[in-house]
Design a protein around this ligand. Structure first.
Ligand code: PHB
Length: 363
């Protein structure tokens, strides 16, 4: 076998201790100012043996928010909270990227400054409901962004990227997935613009390219990753030809020398996989991170077939802070408690049992 899950991998100028990545997971446990705090530090510190942690999605501005209790990376107080987290992860030998997020139409006036209407490439209302402080409320029809507003959003990404540097992150992941703003531009079910941001694949990729230009003005490109979801229908998303369109997007990322592309394979909603990800992987000449429902056996098969370079695990890391140790020793896993995924405190967040300590620290 060429590479196993526990072998190191060189990503740009960073050496990751292993090929197990902690996937970004929204946990809604930031404080009332959308800042991370000590409880969040404990959570990430417990998981520092992952080769790389990608944080939960973190909004680049107050306008980018889409849920209560999610952290931001645009104010000094948030930077101070994240700094404790990055220090703790580094002290544990790990590496950590922050995922940069702007929710666009997956938001609600209740969550936005001055109760503004959420924005999107086109005024198409997603099906479903937003999570607000008063409970679930139907999504509203978003306002289509004017051309001259887009530069303001790009500068929010640039500011957030600079704040991420101050907070001590090793890099950033641009969240271009799962039906949030950049993905709303990429896929033709949500982008029906007729200007230079819509229509052709080239135009639909323009917003992403501008975000990448802005972020790469702050970070070396090999410290910037990107997450894509070609066929995830979550958040009311669709595309007329995911394989061909994402083949185009991915081939146009080749020239950027990014840290990696992170692909959520398949559809979270129907739990099916309908396109051949090997085609996308073979069209990319950098590191490919696979994600979505992997366990140890599937991850090892993926690495040994050359289908991926590293694998991001979500729920297994959520429920098993010592997942690397457990996989290494084929130990049983804790089950996740799905009632405590979003919001709350320690329970179902920092209280999952850690075997490593009981085994390596006898007495
Ligand atoms: C969620 O809150 O359910 C969520 C957030 C970000 C994602 C996916 C899901 O990328």
């Amino acid at each position: 076998m060429t590479a196993d899950l526990f072998s190191p991998i060189t990503m740009g100028d960073i050496k990751l201790a292993n090929r197990m990545v902690m996937a970004p997971m929204t946990r809604n446990r930031a404080d009332e100012h959308n800042a991370p705090h000590d409880l969040n530090t404990t959570y990430y510190q417990q998981r520092a043996t992952a080769g790389l942690i990608i944080t939960e999605a973190s909004q680049v501005s107050a306008e980018g928010v889409g849920y209560p209790g999610t952290p931001g990376i645009y104010r000094d107080e948030q930077v101070a909270g994240w700094r404790k987290i990055t220090d703790a992860v580094h002290a544990g030998g790990g590496h950590i990227f922050i995922q940069l997020w702007y929710c666009g139409r997956i938001s609600h006036p209740d969550l936005l400054p001055d109760n503004r209407t959420p924005v999107a490439p086109s005024a198409i209302r997603p099906e479903g409901e937003a999570t607000t402080l008063e409970g679930m409320k139907a999504f509203v029809t978003p306002r289509a962004l004017e051309m001259d507003e887009i530069a303001g959003i790009i500068s929010q990404y640039k500011h957030a990227a600079a704040m991420a540097k101050q907070a001590g992150f090793d890099g950033v992941e641009v969240h271009a997935a799962n039906g949030y703003l950049i993905d709303q531009f990429l896929r033709d079910g949500s982008n029906q613009r007729t200007d230079q941001y819509g229509g052709s694949v080239e135009n639909r990729m323009r917003m992403l390219n501008e975000v990448l230009d802005a972020v790469i003005a702050v970070w070396p490109s090999n410290r910037v990753g990107i997450r894509l979801t070609p066929e995830n229908s979550f958040n009311s998303m669709s595309d007329s030809n995911p394989l061909e369109h994402f083949r185009y997007f991915i081939s146009h990322l080749n020239a950027r020398n990014l840290a990696y592309i992170h692909i959520l394979e398949g559809d979270m909603v129907s739990k099916s996989i309908n396109i051949d990800y090997r085609v996308l992987r073979d069209g990319y000449n950098g590191l490919y991170m696979a994600n979505n429902g992997y366990d140890k056996a599937r991850a090892e098969a993926s690495l040994s077939n050359g289908d991926s370079d590293f694998v991001a695990f979500g729920i297994p890391f959520l429920a098993n802070p010592d997942l690397v140790y457990r996989y290494q020793h084929d130990l049983p896993l804790n089950d996740a408690n799905f009632d405590t995924l979003y919001g709350g405190a320690e329970q179902g967040y920092t209280d999952y049992p850690i075997l490593e300590q009981t085994i390596t620290e006898p007495g």
